[in-house]
Design a binder for this molecule. Structure first.
Ligand SMILES: NC(=O)c1ccc[n+]([C@@H]2O[C@H](COP(=O)([O-])OP(=O)(O)OC[C@H]3O[C@@H](n4cnc5c(N)ncnc54)[C@H](OP(=O)(O)O)[C@@H]3O)[C@@H](O)[C@H]2O)c1
Length: 314
């Protein structure tokens, strides 16, 4: 099978497409014929290992000192179950599924094996009939991670919610989920993404290049900082956000806390998707053969929503 391996940390060129034997599922695992993945913010962080000193040390203890211990990268997948181990109860051959494989990675490949059991790190669900594999790979990352942070807001109908970093994978997911909870949503992004954020339902959009949040008269019940680590001075952003919170308002940041993944989050998203109340935001698509170009593009920090990787099978 085709697989992308990362034999050392570094720039996109460290990624190599090679042929590997197809994996064999254990008794509690399914084997998925994978049709799509994505280049997520986490994939580029793992590939580059570009962390500040202490965080970098902790990362290398967990993921691998000079290279990832699990050499095939890729967190999210979408494909068809080809066969199941003898103890698998919840899934069967032919099920079309998508999900998130946590620190086991392995989704930049033609096939991957994954335990049917949901864990804090990985989960997958049956894909809705009207969602393509590419859309499924696009929604998986924000779909399992963003709800963890949104739950911290305990969002009620008509509350004012602000998503800072509304045009990214977390942001586009959060704007849509908050709208579906009945909130009045304001998104913050740069000029070129204002129309995109409006198109996914934001009631108002603040262009951070033209307007400073701390000068706003508005007060918010919940603010989610969805800007990746390293893109902005996080301390000063937090101070700005707290100035515009209502007296009982809550604040969360995607860089604080350890999200617990739940298949339930993806099932809730599936219901919205089936009803046309949630859409996948796909910026670009690359075949797996162009994984280096795809990572170079995401490294620019300018992706909108999601960048999908497609896998063709002979
Ligand atoms: N806590 C955890 O366990 C955990 C787990 C997974 C991921 N993460 C975090 O999530 C990140 C990936 O998030 P993502 O995929 O949503 O990122 P993304 O798709 O790259 O989105 C980035 C967002 O930040 C905005 N942004 C970039 N630079 C900015 C600036 N200087 N000022 C204001 N806004 C700015 C972008 O807006 P414009 O493009 O319009 O500028 C965009 O809306 C990872 O890098 C990691 O930091 C955390």
């Amino acid at each position: 099978m085709k697989a992308v391996v990362c034999k050392k940390y570094g720039p996109p060129s460290v990624l190599q497409l090679i042929e590997l034997p197809k994996p064999v599922p254990k008794d509690n695992e399914v084997i998925i014929k994978n049709y799509a993945s994505a280049v997520t913010g986490s994939d580029v962080l793992i590939r580059s290992a570009n962390f500040p000193l202490l965080l970098g040390l902790m990362f290398r203890v967990v993921i691998g000192f000079t290279k990832p211990r699990k050499p095939i990268l890729g967190l999210v997948f979408a494909g068809e179950i080809e066969s199941v181990g003898k103890n698998v109860k919840r899934f069967k051959k032919g099920d079309q599924v998508y999900g998130f494989n946590g620190s086991s990675f392995g989704a930049y490949a033609g096939y991957l094996c994954i335990s049917e059991k949901e864990s804090k790190e990985s989960c997958f669900v049956i894909k809705p009939y009207n969602m393509s594999y590419e859309e499924a790979a696009a929604v998986a990352y924000g779909g399992v991670l963003a709800p963890y942070y949104l739950e911290k807001g305990k969002i009620q109908k008509r509350q004012k919610v602000l998503i800072y970093g509304a045009s990214g994978a977390f942001g586009t997911t959060s704007v849509q989920l908050a709208k579906n909870l009945g909130a009045e949503v304001t998104g913050v992004c740069s000029t070129r993404n204002v129309e995109l954020v409006k198109s996914i339902g934001a009631d108002k959009v603040i262009d951070y290049r033209k307007e400073d949040l701390s000068g706003s008269e508005e007060r918010y019940d919940f603010i989610l900082d969805a800007v990746p680590h390293g893109k902005i001075d996080k301390k000063s952003l937090k101070t700005q956000c707290k100035k515009v919170l209502s007296p009982n308002g809550k604040y969360a940041s995607i860089n604080e806390g350890s999200p617990k993944l739940k298949a339930e989050y993806l099932n809730q998203l599936n219901t919205l998707f089936e009803q046309g109340k949630f859409k996948a935001v796909i910026d670009r698509k690359y075949p797996i053969e162009q994984i280096v170009e795809a990572h170079k593009y995401v490294d620019t920090g300018r992706k909108k929503g999601n960048v999908v990787i497609t896998v063709e099978h002979p």
